[in-house]
Design a protein around this ligand. Structure first.
Ligand code: FRU
Length: 497
C-alpha cells in the first residue's frame, strides 16, 4: 500500500475509498443495517458538484462503501439532508407492501446562483424500495420552493409521534424553520427559531431536532443541534445545541437552558475544531433507545487543504448522546458507541498506578498508539498542568489535557507534524473552560492515525481534532509538576479491525 494509506488512512473512522467527502447525510437504520450517506464529489479531492455517497455497516464501526446513491441533475446539486423509513407509507411511494425509505435533500442550482439569483436552494425528495440501495427522485420536486432566502437548506426530518406528522427542521440563513407534513410531499411552515439566540458568527447549517429522556428522570426534553460556519469556539466550523420543548409547532427554549446561555452565548457539542455538520440516525428501534450521532471530522477553514490526496476527510467515531441535568444545567454528552469496544483485542487494566507506571504500561507493551483507547480517572489534582503527550521519532508532538491554573482543557497540535498546509490549521492551542478548578477528572482518549477524540467526565466535555504526523506517534508521556496526584482504574484497549 502507498505511504499515504499507511500513514494517514484511519484505522477505524469512515473515509471514502477515494475523493472528497463532507457532511454525513440521510442516516437511517433498518433490518440490522446502519446506513450512512455523505456529501461526495467522486471526481476530485476538493469540493465539487455534490452527490450522495453511501456506506453501510452492521455496527457503525466497519463500513462497506456502496454505489453512489444520488447524482446531481438539471435541478441542481444534491446538498445535505436526511432519510426516514416511511413505515405507514404516508408518502404512497410504497408498492406491494414494501415500505419506502424517503430521502429529503436540498437541490442547489448553480446556474441560478451564477445568474445572481438568491432563491437557488429548494427542498426535494427521493424514495427507495430496496432499503436505501437505489433511489428514484420524486417527479414533482421541489416539495418546498425557495421563499426568497439565500441559505435555505439541509432538511432533517423526524416523525412526531405525539402529533402524528413529519417535522422538518431546515437551516434558513441565521435561523431554523420548522415545517410539518402528513405525506412528506406537502409541507406547511410552522415557525422559526434562533434569529437572535445562540451563536451567529456564521451561517446556520445542518440542524437536527430530536427528543431525549433526561438521564435519571422521566423528563423528556427536545434538543436542537445547529452547525455554524464560521464562529466555532476555536475557529471555523462547529456545532452548537439548544435544549427546550417542542409541541409540534414551536420550539421553546427551556428556562434553565436560557440561563445557561446568558453566560455563554452558545453551548457546543464538541469544543475541538473537527466535528461539524453532525446529525442523528433515524429509525433506531425503541428497544435500542439510543440517540446515535456522527459528524464530519473536519473544518471548512482547511478541509480542502489537509495533506491527504487520494481521499479527503473522515467521519468522527459514531457517538451515543445523553442528556444530563446537573444543578439546573443541561449537558448534551457524547461518548463513542459501545460497538467500538467489540474490537478491543488487547486490554490492559490496572488500579492505582502513578504516572511513570502509566507511561510504562503504554510504552512497554506492543500497543500501537494509532489504534488505541486510554481511559483513566485522576484524583487529588492541584492547580497545575496535566499534559498527555504523544511523540514520534520525527520530533512531532501532540499534547492535550488540563490546565488547572487557567481552568481549561486544551489540545495543542501546533507541533504535531504537517501543519503549514493552512494558516488556519494550527495557529493556536484549542481550549475550553472548565467550570472550576478540578480536583478529579475522568479522561478518555481515542486515538487513530490522524485524529484524537477526547472525552472528559463521561463525555461532558468533548474535543475532536485532526493531526498529520510525519511518522506514527509511538510514545506517550504524562507530564505534570504535581508528583502526588493519583491515577485510578486505567484501561488501555488496542483495537483490531
Ligand atoms: C455544511 C454544508 C451544508 C451544505 C453542504 C454542501 O458543511 O455547507 O450546509 O448542504 O455542506 O456540500
Amino acid at each position: 500500500i502507498s505511504l499515504e494509506e499507511a500513514l494517514y488512512r484511519p484505522n477505524f473512522h469512515f473515509t471514502p475509498k477515494a475523493n472528497w467527502m463532507n457532511d454525513p447525510n440521510g442516516m437511517f437504520y433498518l433490518n440490522g443495517t446502519y446506513h450512512l450517506y455523505f456529501q461526495y464529489y467522486p471526481y476530485g479531492n476538493v469540493w465539487g458538484p455534490m452527490h450522495w455517497g453511501h456506506a453501510t455497516s452492521k455496527d457503525m464501526i466497519t463500513w462497506e462503501e456502496q454505489a453512489i446513491a444520488l447524482y446531481p441533475d438539471d435541478s441542481g446539486l444534491i446538498f445535505s439532508g436526511s432519510a426516514v423509513v416511511d413505515k405507514n407509507n404516508t408518502s404512497g411511494f410504497g408498492k406491494n407492501g414494501i415500505m419506502p425509505v424517503v430521502a429529503i435533500f436540498t437541490y442547489h442550482n448553480m446556474d441560478m446562483e451564477k445568474d445572481g439569483k438568491i432563491d437557488y436552494q429548494t427542498q426535494a425528495i427521493a424514495y427507495s424500495l430496496d432499503e436505501g440501495m437505489t433511489w428514484t427522485k420524486y417527479d414533482k420536486n421541489p416539495v418546498i420552493p425557495n421563499p426568497g432566502i439565500k441559505d435555505f437548506r439541509d432538511p432533517k426530518v423526524m416523525w412526531d409521534e405525539a402529533n402524528n406528522k413529519w417535522i422538518m427542521t431546515l437551516a434558513a440563513g441565521n435561523k431554523v424553520m420548522f415545517y410539518s407534513s402528513f405525506n412528506l410531499k406537502e409541507w406547511t411552515l410552522e415557525s422559526d427559531f434562533g434569529e437572535s439566540i445562540g451563536g451567529h458568527g456564521g451561517v446556520w447549517e445542518c440542524p437536527d431536532l430530536f427528543s431525549m429522556k433526561v438521564e435519571n428522570s422521566d423528563e423528556i426534553k427536545w434538543v436542537l443541534l445547529v452547525s455554524i460556519n464560521p464562529g466555532g469556539p476555536n475557529g471555523g466550523s462547529a456545532t452548537q445545541y439548544f435544549v427546550g420543548d417542542f409541541d409540534g409547532n414551536r420550539f421553546v427554549m427551556d428556562d434553565d437552558f436560557s440561563h445557561q446561555l446568558e453566560a455563554k452565548d452558545s453551548i457546543w457539542l464538541d469544543y475541538g475544531k473537527d466535528n461539524y455538520a453532525g446529525v442523528t440516525w433515524s429509525n433506531i428501534p425503541e428497544t435500542d433507545g439510543r440517540t446515535l450521532f456522527i459528524g464530519w471530522m473536519s473544518n471548512w477553514d482547511y478541509a480542502r487543504d489537509v495533506p491527504t490526496f487520494k481521499w479527503r476527510s473522515a467521519m468522527t467515531i459514531p457517538r451515543d448522546l445523553q442528556l444530563k441535568k446537573i444543578n439546573e444545567n443541561y449537558y448534551l454528552e457524547s461518548l463513542p458507541v459501545d460497538e467500538l469496544y467489540n474490537y478491543a483485542e488487547n486490554t490492559i487494566q490496572k488500579d492505582l498506578v502513578n504516572s511513570k507506571e502509566l507511561e510504562d504500561l503504554i510504552n512497554h507493551s506492543n500497543i500501537n498508539l494509532a489504534n488505541i483507547n486510554i481511559a483513566f480517572d485522576l484524583k487529588d489534582l492541584k492547580e497545575t498542568n496535566y499534559d498527555f503527550l504523544f511523540f514520534n521519532k520525527e520530533g512531532d508532538m501532540l499534547s492535550l489535557g488540563l490546565n488547572n491554573m487557567e481552568t481549561e482543557f486544551f489540545i495543542n497540535r501546533t507541533k504535531s507534524g504537517k501543519v503549514d498546509f493552512s494558516e488556519k490549521f494550527a495557529p493556536k492551542i484549542s481550549t475550553v473552560k472548565t467550570s472550576e478548578i478540578l480536583r478529579e477528572l475522568s479522561v478518555q482518549i481515542l486515538l487513530d492515525k490522524t485524529s484524537v477524540e477526547v472525552f472528559y467526565n463521561d463525555g461532558e466535555v468533548v474535543m475532536t481534532e485532526l493531526f498529520f504526523p510525519n511518522a506514527p506517534f509511538d510514545k506517550f508521556s504524562l507530564s505534570s509538576k504535581d508528583k502526588t496526584f493519583k491515577i485510578e482504574n486505567v484501561k488501555i484497549q488496542e483495537f483490531k479491525f
